[in-house]
Ligand binder design. Structure first.
Ligand code: SF4
Ligand code: SF4
Length: 357
């Protein structure tokens, strides 16, 4: 049977209120609100946008959806997990402050912001992988302790996966820092001896005692390192680097396997909203304004993360007059994540698009 994907046209210049109403309209069709119980914790997974980014989903666009969820439960919250890189989202305090600065405040969204993997990214749980690429998925605890998930995704291009959409938001976005490292790299971080100031901060912080003194700098003992990624954000001198050595196809397959793991936690109580508004070459981790690569299209909703991503990509390609604007960015075959998703039973690329007005 084909997965249903609900679609409504929308553009940024229609204004917050109109977009919020349209998001609510498609949201209602997926039926998630009907499944919510009074005591349910509902995680609204979102990317708050890096500092100076302008493409992120505006908090005002979510007001009607949040209001609908709040009719069922008071325990809804907006959430994301901390980043692997140093920026304004690598610990919960900076992350929440950034979310506030982008308008995710109680007076606008009426629900709290909770960072899913805790103050410094250590609050996670490890599961057991069920497919070839991921042995032990590491997910932010707030997701695992929630009863329902609504994945709110701004669809963009992506430097490593070609497209960043629901699958990426679910698989990479719900992973703790260690989980993100797991997906991005096949090797442990390394120290650049020239940049290291030998301050010992990372030695004190490493939970595995894997960082040791060498001549005038520190080194990481690969045998002891557990790949938690904490040293990447502890070093103030940018001396510890992730080896971005995983190839795009494998990253995409890992993303799909992580997504499957998260998806299974929630059984039926999961939904996806994709915003095809201000679609840019790079994702919202970019700390800058970026131009659109295609005109605004609208908002989609589905219970199937593969179907919604396939439908999103098809709509973008259709509006780009046949040019694959996602592939044009970094020459990445972004469809690997979808194909692998089908293989592992995450969802279906076979969908029926239901357009609402
Ligand atoms: S925190 Fe950075 S500068 Fe300090 S010892 Fe570790 S790698 Fe060197
Ligand atoms: S990744 Fe974690 S375990 Fe490995 S060296 Fe860094 S802090 Fe230590």
């Amino acid at each position: 049977m084909k997965s249903k994907v609900y679609f409504i046209k929308a553009t940024a210049d229609e204004g917050h209120e109109a977009i919020s109403h349209k998001a609510w309209k498609v949201f209602l069709r997926i039926g998630l609100h009907d499944l919510l119980d009074k005591e349910d914790f509902v995680a609204l997974k979102i990317h708050f946008g890096e500092m100076n980014n302008t493409g992120y989903i505006r908090p005002q666009w979510l007001r009607d959806v949040i209001s609908e969820i709040r009719k069922k439960t008071r325990r809804a919250f907006l959430t994301d997990s901390n980043t692997l890189y140093v920026g304004h989202r690598s610990n919960s305090v900076d992350h929440i402050r950034l979310a506030w600065s982008h308008g995710f405040t109680p007076d606008i969204v009426d629900i709290p912001v909770i960072i899913a993997d805790g103050l410094i990214g250590r609050d996670k749980q490890e599961g057991k992988g069920t497919h070839s690429r991921v042995k032990s998925p590491k997910i932010g605890s707030a997701f695992l302790n929630s009863d329902a998930l609504l994945c709110l995704t701004h669809v963009t291009g992506h430097v490593q996966t070609g497209i960043g959409a629901a699958l990426k938001n679910l698989g990479m976005g719900c992973a703790s820092r260690a989980g993100k490292l797991d997906q991005h790299s096949v090797a442990h971080p390394r120290v650049n001896p020239k940049a290291c100031r030998n301050c010992s901060l990372c030695i004190d912080d490493c939970p595995a005692e894997a960082i040791v003194q060498a001549e005038g700098h520190v080194v990481i003992d690969d045998k002891k390192c557990i790949g938690c990624g904490e040293c990447l954000v502890v070093c103030k001198h940018d001396a510890i680097r992730l080896r971005w050595d995983e190839d795009s196809k494998r990253i995409q397959e890992k993303v799909a396997e992580y997504a499957l793991h998260v998806r299974r936690i929630f059984k039926d109580k999961v939904g996806f909203l994709n915003f095809l508004i201000k679609i840019t070459k790079d994702c919202d981790c970019m700390a800058k304004d970026q131009p659109r690569i295609v005109n605004d299209i609208g908002i989609l909703a589905s219970n199937d993360p593969l179907a919604i991503d396939k439908a999103s990509a098809d709509l973008v390609l259709e509006r780009s007059k046949g040019k694959d604007v996602f592939r044009a960015g970094y020459n990445i075959d972004w469809s690997n994540q979808l194909r692998h998703g089908v293989e592992i039973g995450l969802g279906s690329m076979d969908y029926e698009l239901v357009e609402l007005s």
